[in-house]
Design a protein around this ligand. Structure first.
Ligand SMILES: [Zn+2]
Length: 342
């Protein structure tokens, strides 16, 4: 599998939270190589099961979310679209932004903005409120009303790109880079004898308070879960408490949202294979699907494997190819060793 190509194809798909159909469908296709039992649940989560064939095997759920941030059209005035946000978008980045409007014809749109000539020095210092921005499609009022029903969603338009030195850049790297890592892990595990039943999940609605994974975890009832998600990596302008570094491997999350012994077990498997590992501390919930999964049913022993990413929730999220490969290796090492867990 070519990780970059798979990931870029995946990032080009559009699927804001609650509207993930196209991405779910691609996941089903991609997972066919590894599982003959794939289903899409009521909310749209795609779940592939890979049984190990052994009696009383433990169930290991491996999850990455496939939804992305988006905008949703709330009203139309004179052909210009008013909108609300789906997920944690920073409004400061929106003026002048290019969008794909998912009205069935992938319309091109731009977000309105006032040029510097028309702004007072005071206004230039201020963030423009979402309620004061519009999406411009070029359509007249009549045409827009006909072609863009209220509730139509839109996403950042940007095409994924390679930066130098294997840095990969684009929208929806959160969290499709982690789903690509899971696919790569499955490739590494192909033909190996396992001691746990694997459940691979491409979950929906994570960006809107982690809503998709919980019901699916309730249904699967796993013994263990590994949630794979991106986490903030250091940049020259980031805060001091950001410690993750791009290119230094996946990170294991430590805190009340993850099981210490299971996390150590994963670390040990990684050490045996010389996989570089970093650590992140989360004092509450990890801000990932590990929260709803951990507290599902009678509780699930959970770990979070994080992929370092810069510029999270921007249209230019950056990850590093080697980190995806090492994340895949770590997941595969843990899955392969599950028979030895105490
Ligand atoms: Zn995420």
């Amino acid at each position: 599998m070519n990780i970059t190509e798979t990931l870029f194809d995946f990032c080009r798909l559009n699927g804001p939270s609650g509207f993930e159909d196209a991405v779910s469908a691609r996941c089903e296709t991609l997972l066919k190589e590894f599982s003959s039992d794939i289903r899409r649940d009521t909310l749209g989560n795609v779940i592939a099961s890979i049984p190990c064939g052994k009696a009383h095997a433990k169930k290991l759920l491996i999850d990455a979310h496939i939804d992305e941030l988006g905008l949703i059209v709330s009203s139309i005035s004179d052909g210009f679209l008013r909108f609300e946000l789906i997920g944690g978008i920073d409004p400061r980045i929106l003026p002048g932004r290019e969008l794909t409007i998912l009205n069935g014809e992938n319309l091109f749109g731009v977000i309105s903005c006032l040029p510097p000539h028309l702004l007072s020095p005071d206004q230039m210092e201020k963030t423009i409120a979402v309620k004061d921005m519009y999406i411009d499609t070029g359509l007249s009022g009549e045409e827009a009303k006909k072609r863009i029903p209220i509730g139509t969603v839109a996403v950042y338009r940007d095409e994924p790109e390679k930066l130098k030195n294997n840095f990969l850049c684009g929208k929806a790297m959160d969290d499709r880079s982690c789903f690509a890592a899971i696919l790569r892990a499955l490739e590494l595990l192909k033909g190996k004898t396992l001691d746990a039943d694997l459940f691979i999940m491409a979950s929906v609605q994570e960006e809107v308070f982690m809503r998709g994974a919980g019901p699916a975890a309730f249904d699967i009832a796993p013994d263990y879960s590994i949630v794979v998600d991106v986490s903030n990596a250091k940049t020259p302008d980031s805060k001091e408490q950001v410690t993750l570094e791009l290119g230094k491997g996946p990170s294991l999350s430590i805190g009340p949202n993850t099981d210490r012994r299971f996390t150590r077990f994963i670390e040990e498997q990684g050490r045996k294979k010389d996989i570089p590992i970093q650590f992140t501390v989360h004092t509450r919930n990890s801000g990932t699907n590990a929260y709803p999964i951990q507290v599902s049913r009678g509780g699930v022993i959970s770990a979070v494997v994080e992929l370092p990413s810069a510029y999270l929730h921007m249209p230019v999220e950056v990850v590093k190819l080697e980190d995806i490969e090492n994340t895949a290796r770590l997941i595969a090492a843990a899955a392969e060793a599950m028979g030895g867990i105490q």
